[in-house]
Design a protein around this ligand. Structure first.
Ligand SMILES: Nc1ncnc2c1ncn2[C@@H]1O[C@H](COP(=O)(O)OP(=O)(O)OP(=O)(O)O)[C@@H](O)[C@H]1O
Length: 256
């Protein structure tokens, strides 16, 4: 469903050129939840932004559902693929009501029966029509992320690109939002490419995972293999061990 072939991307010019992605290859099957992990700055978000059309100066080949992606964002792409960002507050317009935020994509794409579609999508993400008149600052973090997911789904895309969708949320609501994403994926037959640093999220949601470092994919492996420790790359082992320690540390803090 998602095909990334020999994706390369640089920022800057001349002596200041930085190669951010180098020959990245990712193939995500239809209906799969595929994880992307790696240290900060390794290029994970950049891959998602190329697929979403937010970066246009990439080289290589990008396909979604067999359709070749162009170097610009167009209406067709918005109906094929949508992105959910880490910070739900920053990604929602502060002076627009939830109703306006959800109606905008429908207006742009000249889709009718907007009221009905907005109410349906709000219900799907566990909110109700009373939220339509509220502003983002009147919502909790978890509710804001539900609105961001509703906005991403309102055009009925096939693919969601999720950039650490729960890491900005309170620990107590992270599981709720992850469960919602899992249910929606099954109900709507969606395909997810998800950036996360959380081994627990990978274990529960992802079928396969690719490990990135310095803009390259080091290895792609089944989640079961990752959990069994069936890892070929030393860096992946370090990442997994660090994540295990981090989770234990977090758990200890929560229990204190
Ligand atoms: N618009 C930009 N202009 C210049 N450099 C950029 C731009 N966006 C990203 N970069 C650089 O590209 C590299 C990869 O960034 P990216 O956000 O993809 O990393 P990441 O793996 O998602 O990190 P994190 O986990 O911290 O979000 C970083 O070195 C970053 O500084």
């Amino acid at each position: 469903m998602i095909d990334v072939r020999n994706l390369n991307l640089t920022f800057g010019e001349g002596a200041k050129t930085t190669q951010v992605l180098t020959d990245v290859n990712i193939a995500v099957r239809e209906g799969e939840i595929f994880g992307l992990v790696g240290e900060s700055g390794s290029g994970k978000t950049t891959v998602l932004k190329c697929l979403a059309g937010l970066f246009t100066h990439w080289k290589g080949e990008l396909k979604i559902d067999g359709q070749q992606l162009e170097h610009r964002i167009g209406r067709d792409r918005c109906r094929l693929v949508q992105m959910v960002f880490q910070d739900p507050y920053g990604s929602l317009h502060p002076r627009h009501t939830i109703g306006d935020i959800l109606e905008e994509p429908l207006q742009i794409h000249r889709i009718d029966q907007r009221d009905q579609r907005i109410n349906t999508i709000l219900e799907k993400v566990g909110l109700n029509r009373a939220f339509r008149s509220r502003y983002p600052h009147q919502l909790s973090g978890g509710q804001r992320q539900r609105v961001a997911i509703a906005r991403a789904l309102i055009l009925k895309p096939r693919v969601l690109l999720l950039d650490e969708p729960t890491s900005a949320l309170d620990v107590s609501v992270q599981a709720e939002v992850l469960n919602l994403l899992f249910d929606l994926q099954k109900e709507e037959g969606l395909t997810y490419l998800m950036v996360t640093h959380d081994l627990g999220v990978i274990a529960h949601l992802c079928q396969r995972v690719a490990v990135m470092k310095y803009g390259k994919i080091l290895e792609t492996l089944e989640t079961d293999a990752l959990l069994r420790g069936d890892i070929t790359d030393d860096y992946t082992r370090v990442l997994v061990d660090a994540s295990r320690d981090y989770s234990r540390e977090m758990a200890a803090k929560v229990m204190l």
